[in-house]
Design a protein around this ligand. Structure first.
Ligand code: ASP
Length: 338
């Protein structure tokens, strides 16, 4: 039997201390405590409810790239399309609340509860709020060879042809659907509504002449307008916009009170730890000062929201106000889905 020497004897306490430390670390890990694991230590998914190449996707990609630079981790855009933009929030609401799965969405977060009888998430309860991003005007477009040349002529034309007119949108709950509905209400017509998975395929159909009318964000429509591939009737904001100074507003075209703009927010699943939310909000705010983002959004006609809105409280308050504004009107309009 080996007799312990003076030096092995003195090593014993060290070895048992090491065993204890390893055991304690194991306990910490088992309890989910990741002290040496600062956020973020792996890529973050930014989930977009509509198809790639559409206006929400364009904002998400520009924002995601800049947030990556500020977080030191990639922010990867994931398009989870369908059901008018309600698949993506349902997915994010159920994702792990660790800050690695985020959602970017627009007005659809405020309108979906009035449009879907069986929505599996509550926009006001199932999320942590990171902050708002940018506001985007919409444009009312016709296919290139649609006969009317201005809003007043378009109104007469749709009233005469009504259900023969194909109105494209990105599904029940999309802003294009809301804008189309406002147009139908303002002109007192029921058009033939054709839903797509996002603006990208809806725009392809407009360019191909398979649909007649589409109302959508400048973030997707400016290039087509500049290339003269579509007919522009007007912008949905009460004032003309810098990106299209010669385009009349729809109100100027005779649609009194017609007003709509698109806003975007970033969300995390409910229960995401406060320090993680704070880190993401800081990255969002830094991204919105990033010259590449400022330039890109400006080119697309989008307006970065003021700093007070780039906050969890700013987004939550706005979402509540928008929910209260649109939901009663939509319930009355009766456009429901399960
Ligand atoms: N603009 C679309 C909408 O109508 C969505 C998109 O493709 O980004 O909601």
């Amino acid at each position: 039997m080996a007799v312990p020497t003076a030096s092995t004897r003195s090593l014993r306490p060290l070895a048992s201390l090491r065993r204890l430390t390893v055991a304690a670390l194991g306990l910490f890990a088992a309890a989910g405590v990741q002290a040496a694991d600062p956020f973020p230590h792996k890529p973050i998914a930014l989930v977009v409810p509509f198809s790639a190449g559409g206006p929400t996707d364009v904002v998400a990609r520009s924002l995601g790239q800049a947030m990556s630079r500020h977080l030191g981790q990639s922010v990867v855009v994931e398009n989870r399309t369908g059901a008018g933009g309600t698949i993506a929030p349902a997915y994010v609401a159920r994702a792990e609340a660790d800050g690695y799965t985020l959602l970017i969405h627009h007005n659809g977060m405020a309108t979906a509860p009035a449009l879907y009888r069986k929505l599996s998430y509550d926009p006001l309860k199932d999320f942590e709020y990171i902050g708002q991003v940018a506001d985007v005007p919409m444009t009312l477009l016709g296919k290139k060879d649609l006969p009317p040349n201005n809003t007043a002529e378009l109104v007469r034309y749709v009233q005469q042809n009504e259900s023969k007119i194909n109105l494209a949108n990105a599904g029940l709950g999309a802003v294009s659907q809301l804008c189309g509905l406002l147009f139908e209400q303002a002109t007192n017509v029921k058009l033939n509504v054709i839903p797509f998975q996002g603006t990208a395929p809806a725009m392809t159909a407009l360019l191909g002449g398979q649909v007649d009318v589409l109302c959508d964000q400048t973030t997707a429509t400016l290039p087509q307008i500049a290339a003269n591939k579509v007919k522009l009737y007007g912008v949905t904001t009460p004032q003309r916009i810098r990106a299209l100074p010669n385009a009349p507003t729809l109100q100027e075209g005779g649609l009194k009170g017609f007003e709509m703009k698109v806003w975007h927010g970033v969300y995390a699943p409910k229960g995401t730890p406060a320090p993680v939310v704070a880190r993401l909000t800081a990255a969002l705010q830094a991204a919105l000062k990033d010259p590449a983002v400022v330039k890109r959004l400006d080119e697309l006609g989008a307006e970065i929201v003021p700093p007070a809105k780039q906050t969890p409280e700013g987004l939550k308050t706005w979402l509540k106000a928008e929910s209260d504004k649109w939901q009663p009107m939509l319930r009355k309009a009766g456009a429901f889905a399960d």
